[in-house]
Structure formats: structure tokens, C-alpha cells
Design a protein around this ligand. Structure first.
Ligand code: LAN
Length: 738
């Protein structure tokens, strides 16, 4: 599942190389309108397969107001599957752009520059693509957003500016000048968010005194819940929060800073409208541009930071600090080794690497980090970006399998399914992280599926659910030999065990671990741009994926020794899903945009418990909610603003194929077509009209989100979900299957 891009001047035909340049030029020309790249270079790389594919959608398009016919839909589906299959890699996974956030690549570039490795690790062609990416995603006001579709923020702008400069752009180009003006007109880079302050301090262009303390000593607190203080231990935080603040606290604890160079000295002068020496760093600790402020911190944090700020005078360099740093470094090495240096995410990846370098620049640990940087980089026609993860391989592949299976066209999809099965089989996590798990605050992993690859290996509740359903679906295929040997019963049971272990006392499932502390701890959330990062909460998506997976197992192996615990878990989880349904019938989605996504999961969860829109008022209400959002063109289109505002927000312009598919799948799961099939006919016709002649669908607005406020690209969704929705529609509505 490893995805890396390499520059090869001789790759492809001259026509293909010419095409690359055309695609790049087209993106740039249109960049303020279509801000999202369409993964065209990946498609170009698969051009031979695409040219040789078996099926295409019908050339004659469905007329306005016409009800689709089964054969017509089947042709669209065959075209879609044949196209999508061409993107699949030999190892069976479906690759794709997983970019979106704009605050990640600066971390890699600053870290590499600090270690003196920038030009060794990133060859000049890669650096040129990074510059292209930054230029392409600069907003017309000169600033940069938190993510590719967002309005300018200080976090995005100051970090992108610094990155451009480190990548060789001079300070007086139009792009640099416009960015600097944006920064200066908001008071200077001292108004950046705390994570930005961290990176600027690492580079030596911001004072560590302007940083709220990140004391590594927090790792020495007692964990046990016996002492109330245990609830504050980082081991109880959401793993992404914990794993980011872990290496940050090391760097802060040693004030790890890049050696000054003429370039850093220049950048330091450029970032502020006033002389650097005149900046009030104590005040800068809490200065945040209004554009960046999503979660303003409560006053209690000011008190806490003030106390810790004073305490630094004693702690810095003390024996306690040394002990804390040693403890922190133990956890960093553990994380590196247990993820084969991929690390849980893009932020801790580069900070962990930096910690290893500060600890010992000649260490093997540092060297092992370097090749794994490439796992996070992706190239599209908009340039080279750092992705939000080392890919979304397992997640996309599991959905792709379920979509293809549910289409009923398993003959067309046979080759793709066979390969996908191999990927799913090989990426199930079969060993635990190194013992003792509790020492490292790790949940069990054996039997789980990760989001990306086995090398990464962190288990996730809903990835386990989706991977498991894909595996079960393939195992249940009545076509022996199609997928080769299935996953053993023992490994399937290990998955059941993990899924059951994820259930929280509220009945729901969180992401990587159980909920280990309380929501009120969010008052300590210091990352002004992200919401709900401190604790791992139960989510409708995770809960639904687990419910549907457990039910699928129980249906395939009725009366097993797991039946009883499964039944108990399902009842509790169903109650949870009902409890968090909103009064308007929808569910808020935390990881996709947004109510259409959440409501698909919520409705699917209730449906798999045997409820329908006809029998269950909650499901009926969910359907009415969705039907009420359908648009004139027959589709659904939800803006990412829904995620941050928590209010349904319609997209401007055309509907979105991914939202349309989610809404249709929710209605189909609830059996709404037996009440009124018209919304489904219209939705299906919209998807059919939107499909391109190649069988692909267009890349529209961004579909993924995390922490309420940051958006992330799921480039495969535009293929997977229209296939899935049209496939279910054809079978359930047009062919009348159940
Ligand atoms: C992801 C990606 C996958 C996603 C799903 C499986 C889709 C979801 O259902 C559960 C949460 C999860 C695992 C998830 C959590 C947050 C992640 C890891 C990301 C969105 C990918 C990137 C993001 C990570 C936090 C980005 C780094 C930023 C920080 C604030 C640390």
C-alpha cells in the first residue's frame, strides 16, 4: 500500500509529458474557481489501462424528468466500474490524493531545513512542485487558508510564506509580497495560532517566550483515575492530540531551535511589521488573528498558562525536566518503531523526526525517518502536497469493494474484487503493538484494520468495521475461487473482538480507542483552529460502521459464541445512535461533509437493526430531512460550512455527486423508495447526467473534514459513492430486490 512519487524525466511519451504541462496550466488558470485538483496525473499514469477498458457509459444521456431504466443504469455502472478499476494498483488498493490541509507541508519543510536535510531529501523537482502547489493555493487576497478551500488565515499564510522562502522563493516576488502584506495588515506573524507559533519558534523566527508552555512533565502525572488528576493525563487524550503534543513538548522542553542562517534571519525580519526586538512576547502568547479563531480558549487557560509560564524559570534544565524528557523520548521511539517510522499522522511524523535528530543527529532512528517522509507526499496537477495521512488505502478499498458487491455486477468487477481482497487480507493488523500496551496507552490492535496500510498499523474502529464488512462480503460471494482463499475464521473473530472492545459506556464507538476522559476537558484545548480534539468521543460514523459489521458477522455465522455479546452490543449502540439524532432528523457527520454523511451512517445503523422509514418514526424523520434538502437538479450539495457551523449549508451552483450518493444511500437503506421513489429517480438521473464519457465523475468540492474546521480531500469518493448509490438504486428500486 505504500504510495510514493518519483521524478523521472524520461517517463511517459512526449505526448503524455505535454499533457502533464497542459493539465498543470489548466489548473493554474482556473485556480480561483476550481480550487480542488482532480488527480489527473494519476489518471494519466493509468492511461493505457483506461484506453483498453471494456465498458463505457451510454453516449445517449438521460433526458430531463425521465425515470431511469435498469439497463440504462447498468450501462452507467459498467462504465463506472471499468474506469475505476483502471486506477487500482497491482497490490489491490485504490490510491488517491489525500491532501487538503495547508498547515502540514510547512512542518516537513521547516523540520528538514532545521536538520540540514532539505536539499538531500527533496530533490529540486519535488521542491519546484511544492512551490507550484503553494502558488496555486494562494487566495486572491494574498493569504492562504487552513485548507485548500478555506479563506485566508494567519496559520496558513505565515507558514506558507515561510515555506516558500525556505524553498528558494525570494522575498520580492508578487506571491511573497502579497502574502507578506496580508500578514502585516493583520499585525504580523505573532498573531498566528499556537501550532504556528511552535513551528516559527523551531525555525528561530519567533521567540519561545511567545509560546504558551508545553511542559513534558505532564507525562509524569499519575494516570490512574483514583487520583482525579489522572483524568488530565495525556494518556487519556485522543491519540492524535496526545501524539502531537508529545514531541512538541520535547522540542519545547529543550527549546529546540534551528541554527540561525542568513535566510532565517531575513525571514525573521520579514514576518513582522515592527522590529523583531520590539515585540512583546508575553503578550504574543495569546494573540490570534480573528480569521484563525475557531475555538477561543476559556479564561481558565490564561490562568493555567500564566502559572506554567512562570514555572518554566524553575523547570527549564532541571532534573525533573530531564526525567520528563527521557520519558517523552521513550514514547516517541515506541511510536516510531511500532509504525515503522510512518507514525500516526503528518504532524507527529515530522516532529518525532525532529526529536530524534535533536537527540542524536547521527542516530539510526533519524535515518529511518527519512524514507518514510515520501509516504506522505502526493503529486497532482496542482503540485506536490503533504497528505493528511500516509494515504487512505484501506478505507477506500473497503468502500470500493462494498460498492462493487452491492452493484450486483460482480462479473464486471471480478478482477478488481480479487485484487482488492488481497489488499484487505494483507492489511489486517495481525499482531499487537509491542508490550506492555498499557505502558504506552495503546488499545489492542490484533484483528483490526487501519485506515491506510499495515505498516502504519494503528487500529481504528470504523476502519475495522468497513474492512471487515468488505472481507465478509467477499467471503459470502457464491463464486468460489473468485477471491482466492478467504480470511481465516480465527482472524475474523479477532476482528469481532476488537470491534466489541471499542464500545464505550455511552453505547457508541470512538475512533482509535475508548473514550478515556470527559468532554469538559475540552476547556484545555489550546489549538485555536480545531474543535473537539482533547478526547476520543463516540461518533455516529464509527458506531454505525461497528453495528453494521457486527450484524453482518452474526448473519453469516448465526448462533456462534459471539452472538450473545454481539446482540447486547448492538442494542446499546442502537440506543446511542437514536440518542444523538438531531431534532430535525439528521445526524451531524464529523469526518465527512456533513449532515448527508452523518445521516447516511445514522440511517444505515438503524436500518441494519431491521427498522424502516415505514415502521420507524426516527428513520422517517431522517428521510424527510434529506428529501427536504434535495435540489432542483435532482442532486444534493452540501457545503463544508455545515461542518464548522453545525447548520446545514447548501453549496452554491451544481449539486455534488458525493453528497447525492450519500443521501440516496440513506434513503435506500431506510427503504424510503417503498414510500416514494421519486427523490431516488431524480437523484439517480443526476448522477447519470454528471458522469463523464470516460466513466469517471468530476472532482467537485472537498468532502472530508476533521476537528470541525479543517477539510481534507477524498479523491476516490467521486468514483466509489456514485457506483454504490446507483448500484443499490438499480437493484432495490428498479429490479425490486430486497
Ligand atoms: C482521519 C482519517 C480517517 C478518519 C475516519 C476513519 C474516516 C473517521 O471515521 C475516524 C477518524 C479518522 C481516523 C481520522 C481522524 C483525524 C485524522 C487522522 C484524519 C482526518 C486524517 C488526518 C487527521 C489528523 C488529525 C490530521 C493531523 C492534524 C491534527 C489536528 C493532529
Amino acid at each position: 500500500g505504500r504510495q510514493t512519487w518519483e521524478f523521472d524525466a524520461k517517463a511517459g511519451t512526449p505526448e503524455q509529458r505535454e499533457r502533464v504541462e497542459q493539465l498543470r496550466a489548466a489548473f493554474t488558470a482556473n485556480r480561483h474557481v476550481q480550487r480542488h485538483s482532480a488527480d489527473e496525473l494519476l489518471r494519466l499514469q493509468c492511461a493505457d489501462k483506461i484506453a483498453a477498458k471494456q465498458h463505457a457509459p451510454p453516449t445517449e444521456r438521460i433526458a430531463e424528468g425521465e425515470v431511469p431504466k435498469a439497463e440504462q443504469v447498468e450501462q452507467h455502472l459498467k462504465g463506472a466500474i471499468s474506469f475505476y478499476e483502471c486506477l487500482q494498483q497491482d497490490d489491490g488498493h485504490f490510491p488517491g490524493d489525500y491532501g487538503g490541509p495547508m498547515f502540514l507541508m510547512p512542518g516537513m519543510v521547516i523540520a528538514l531545513y532545521t536538520c540540514g536535510q532539505l536539499d538531500k531529501v527533496l530533490r529540486k523537482e519535488a521542491q519546484a512542485e511544492m512551490v507550484r502547489y503553494l502558488h496555486n493555493h494562494q487566495n486572491s487576497d494574498g493569504g492562504f487558508g487552513l485548507h485548500i478551500e478555506g479563506g485566508s488565515t494567519m496559520f496558513g499564510t505565515a507558514l506558507s510564506y515561510v515555506t516558500l522562502r525556505l524553498l528558494g522563493e525570494s522575498a520580492d516576488t508578487p506571491a511573497a509580497t502579497a502574502a507578506r502584506n496580508w500578514i502585516h495588515s493583520r499585525g504580523g506573524a505573532n498573531y498566528i495560532t499556537s501550532w504556528g507559533k511552535f513551528w516559527l519558534a523551531v525555525l528561530g523566527v519567533y521567540s519561545w517566550d511567545g509560546q504558551n508552555p508545553l511542559p513534558p512533565e505532564m507525562w509524569l502525572l499519575p494516570y490512574s483515575s483514583w487520583s482525579g488528576i489522572g483524568y488530565l493525563h495525556p494518556g487519556r487524550f485522543w491519540c492524535h492530540c496526545r501524539m502531537v503534543y508529545l514531541p512538541m513538548s520535547y522540542i519545547y522542553g529543550i527549546r529546540g531551535t534551528c541554527k540561525e542562517t542568513p535566510l532565517t534571519a531575513a525571514i525573521r525580519d520579514e514576518l513582522y511589521p515592527v522590529p523583531y526586538a520590539s515585540i512583546d512576547w508575553n503578550a504574543a502568547r495569546s494573540q490570534i488573528a480573528k480569521e484563525d479563531l475557531y475555538y477561543p480558549h476559556p479564561m481558565i487557560q490564561d490562568v493555567l498558562w500564566w502559572v506554567l509560564y512562570k514555572a518554566e524559570a524553575v523547570l527549564l534544565g532541571s532534573r525533573l525536566r530531564k526525567a520528563a524528557l527521557a520519558e517523552v523520548m521513550t514514547h516517541i521511539h515506541y511510536e516510531d518503531e511500532n509504525t515503522r517510522y510512518v507514525d500516526i499522522g503528518p504532524v507527529n511524523k515530522v516532529i518525532n523526526m525532529l526529536c530524534c535528530w535533536f537527540e542524536d543527529p547521527d542516530s539510526l532512528a533519524f535515518k529511518k525517518h527519512l524514507p518514510r517522509l515520501h509516504d506522505y507526499l502526493w503529486v497532482a496537477e496542482d503540485g506536490m502536497k503533504m497528505q493528511g495521512y500516509n494515504g487512505s488505502q484501506l478505507w477506500d478499498t473497503s468502500f470500493a469493494v462494498q460498492a462493487m458487491l452491492d452493484s450486483g455486477l460482480t462479473d464486471v468487477a471480478a478482477g478488481a474484487l480479487k485484487k482488492a481482497h488481497a489488499y484487505i487480507e494483507q492489511s489486517q493488523v495481525v499482531t499487537e503493538a509491542a508490550p506492555p500496551l498499557s505502558r504506552y496507552y495503546r488499545h489492542i490492535s490484533r484483528g483490526a484494520w487501519p485506515f491506510s496500510s499495515r505498516d502504519h498499523g494503528w487500529p481504528i474502529s470504523d476502519c475495522t468495521g468497513e474492512g471487515f464488512k468488505a472481507a465478509l462480503g467477499l467471503a459470502a460471494l457464491q463464486q468460489p475461487g473468485l477471491v482466492g482463499e478467504g480470511i481465516s475464521r480465527e482472524r475474523l473473530e479477532a476482528a469481532v473482538r476488537v470491534i466489541l472492545s471499542y464500545q464505550n459506556s455511552d453505547g457508541g464507538m470512538a475512533t482509535y480507542e475508548n473514550t478515556r476522559s470527559f468532554h469538559w476537558l475540552e476547556i484545555l484545548n489550546p489549538a485555536e483552529t480545531f474543535g473537539d480534539i482533547i478526547v476520543d468521543y463516540s461518533y455516529v460514523e464509527c458506531t454505525s460502521a461497528c453495528i453494521t459489521a457486527l450484524s453482518a458477522f452474526d448473519r453469516l455465522y448465526p448462533g456462534s459464541s459471539w452472538s450473545k455479546p454481539i446482540a447486547a452490543a448492538l442494542a446499546k449502540a442502537e440506543a446511542f445512535v437514536r440518542r444523538i439524532q438531531r431534532p430535525d432528523g439528521s445526524w451531524y457527520g464529523s469526518w465527512g461533509v456533513c449532515f448527508t454523511y452523518g445521516t447516511w451512517f445514522g440511517a444505515t445503523a438503524l436500518a441494519c437493526r431491521g427498522h424502516t422509514a415505514a415502521s420507524d418514526p426516527a428513520l422517517h424523520k431522517a428521510c424527510s430531512f434529506l428529501v427536504g434538502k434535495q435540489r432542483l437538479d435532482g442532486g444534493w450539495g452540501e457545503s463544508y460550512l455545515s461542518c464548522q457551523d453545525k447548520v446545514y449549508s447548501q453549496l452554491e451552483g451544481e449539486s455534488h455527486v458525493v453528497n447525492t450518493a450519500w443521501a440516496m444511500m440513506a434513503l435506500l437503506a431506510a427503504g424510503y423508495h417503498t414510500i416514494d421513489p421519486k427523490p431516488l429517480h431524480k437523484g439517480a438521473a443526476f448522477l447519470m447526467r454528471a458522469q463523464q464519457a470516460s466513466g469517471d465523475w468530476p472532482q467537485q468540492h472537498i468532502s472530508g473534514v476533521f476537528n470541525r474546521n479543517c477539510m481534507i480531500t477524498y479523491a476516490n469518493y467521486r468514483n466509489i459513492f456514485p457506483i454504490w448509490a446507483l448500484g443499490l438504486y438499480r437493484r432495490l428500486v428498479l429490479l425490486g430486490h430486497t
